[in-house]
Ligand binder design. Structure first.
Ligand SMILES: [Zn+2]
Length: 152
């Protein structure tokens, strides 16, 4: 993996079976250049590391350092990480993923809304997490909510 492509803000997965962080996804928050080998400081989402750190330690945004060959660069957060962060691991069992990118030429599906689709919300309907494209306003209203039905 090239050093050039990893930067602050990159989302990465740890690929090193010798660490308890193997397979975990996090965000690069610091790059340490002191030594000859660059080290990347990763902060993991609470849902990924809560069980690894002591009580309340996970809240401190602990930075863990890895070399670039331990990192796989990801386009986005994995759906399971997103859903765990929003709802908690025990609150969902299935994930309904939209296959296409957001079509911003389409109107927001909420009745009476005049905006276009621009955001992808995650809505938990009885343990099934649905990706749901809508406008920014309705994203803020519905993202991360538990509902009986998808909004209309
Ligand atoms: Zn809307």
């Amino acid at each position: 993996m090239s050093d050039k492509t990893i930067k602050v803000g990159s989302i990465v997965t740890i690929v090193n079976s010798n660490t308890i962080f193997n397979g975990k996804q996090g965000k690069v928050t610091k790059i340490r250049t002191k030594s000859r080998n660059l080290k990347y400081g990763i902060v993991f989402p609470e849902s990924e590391t809560r069980h690894l750190y002591g009580v309340n330690e996970y809240k401190k945004n602990i930075v863990e350092y890895f070399a670039s060959d331990n990192l796989q660069i990801d386009e986005d957060w994995r759906f399971d990480v997103k859903a765990n962060n929003l709802f908690g691991k025990r609150m969902w069992h299935h994930y309904f993923k939209l296959q296409e990118a957001i079509d911003q030429s389409l109107p927001c599906p909420i009745m009476g809304c005049n905006e276009h689709k621009s955001h992808r919300a995650l809505i938990n309907v009885w343990g099934v997490v649905h990706e749901f494209d809508c406008c920014k306003h309705h994203f803020q209203q519905f993202n991360g909510t538990l509902r009986d039905f998808l909004p209309e």
